[in-house]
Design a protein around this ligand. Structure first.
Ligand code: FAD
Length: 319
């Protein structure tokens, strides 16, 4: 089922879960067991992030250089197939522009259509390690809006369309896109960033998921600005509970976001007590989630980043 249908038909807000594909060496059963704690809460869908293949160049004995694939993570399509093999839950693979040509992306869409997957989150992706700015792959897309257009133009084969139960004029995939309540770090200002977000919606995105934020006012202001700019699709807030003291410096740097003074002071006060920090992060996120639900959000998206206990505590308290 498409996320757009889930959003349209849900009578109450629901949680969605985002996981990162496991590192090589983790077995399928270990991965599926790690997701098991979430299944008690019947998430409507599970997002699976996408990670660009990295290459390294090695010098050969004759002085020439050869290119080698250094893949650390199992790819998102394989992880989605594994989840579908055990759980009755929709999967939402992320698809990124970086690292693939337009043709290669079309081939990935065939793989998703083959598996019966109806949903994609379309993203540009970040720069490669060692690169300062994102460099588009030759023959690939430069911005997520172009990827959305590419996915929108995908027709699949007649067999795929039949297996997805699509009418002749029905769109193939439901598409989500990312947004940044505190502005994407490359954008000159929030207004320009929102205009670029609107390009993604105009290109065919059905809904938006935000980057994590720690002060709900940031999200409410952002939604107001998006509505004023003519963006009408659902904007699902993304949350992540802090779980270590280190994250108060790591997350702002990695994701270009603010963590409120009250929260950083509280965490710093207890920085040598891991359990206390975990509790503070979980309680803060629970408070954010309850407030969002009171404000009538359609769903709350949780970035799990390899953790489950804090998220399940929050789900138990809020949903
Ligand atoms: P875009 O929408 O293309 O925007 C990138 C920048 O370009 C912005 O500053 C925007 O304002 C600007 N811009 C957009 N269009 C134009 C234009 N036409 N002309 C000029 N400027 C323009 N990364 C991963 O690698 N894998 C993942 O699975 C993943 N999942 C994510 C999930 C969510 C919900 C979010 C919010 C982010 C995720 N990311 C992921 C991170 C994301 O790839 C990075 O933040 C990336 O830097 C931007 O991606 P985007 O899709 O928002 O890019």
């Amino acid at each position: 089922m498409k996320v757009s249908e889930i959003l349209a038909n849900s009578t109450k807000p629901y949680p969605s879960i985002e996981i990162v594909p496991p590192l090589r060496g983790i077995t399928k059963n270990e991965l599926l067991d790690s997701i098991a704690p979430f299944m008690e809460f019947c998430p409507k869908y599970i997002n699976v992030t996408s990670h660009r293949d990295e290459f390294e160049y090695r010098q050969e004995a004759d002085g020439s250089f050869s290119r080698h694939l250094v893949r650390n993570r199992i790819n998102e399509t394989t992880v989605c197939a594994a989840i579908m093999s055990r759980y009755d839950v929709e999967v939402v693979p992320h698809l990124i522009c970086g690292g693939s040509t337009v043709e290669e992306i079309q081939s990935r869409l065939d793989n998703l259509a083959f598996l019966g997957i109806d949903n994609i989150v379309a993203l540009r992706g970040d720069s490669m390690s060692g690169e300062k700015r994102f460099t588009p792959t030759p023959g690939g897309y430069s911005y997520a809006s172009e990827l959305v257009e590419g996915i929108r133009s995908y027709q699949g084969s007649n067999a795929y369309r039949r297996s997805h139960g699509l009418e002749a004029d029905e769109r193939f995939f439901c598409i989500g896109v990312g947004a940044y309540p505190e502005k994407h770090f490359e954008a000159a200002n929030i207004e320009t960033d929102i205009l670029n977000l609107k390009r993604k919606v105009d290109a065919g995105a059905d809904y938006i998921i935000t980057q994590m934020f720690f002060d709900n006012r940031t999200y409410y202001d952002f939604v107001d600005k998006c509505r004023a700019a003519g963006i009408t699709v659902p904007i699902i807030p993304g949350l992540k509970p802090l779980s270590t003291a280190r994250q108060i410096s790591v997350l702002p740097e990695a994701f270009s976001l603010d963590i409120p003074l009250e929260l950083t002071q509280e965490i710093t006060k207890h920085k040598d007590n891991k359990d206390a920090v975990y509790q503070i992060g979980t309680q803060w996120c629970t408070m954010q989630c309850k407030d969002l639900l009171q404000h009538g959000v359609p769903a709350v998206h949780f970035y799990t980043m390899g953790k489950s206990r804090n998220i399940t505590d929050i789900l138990r308290e809020c949903f």
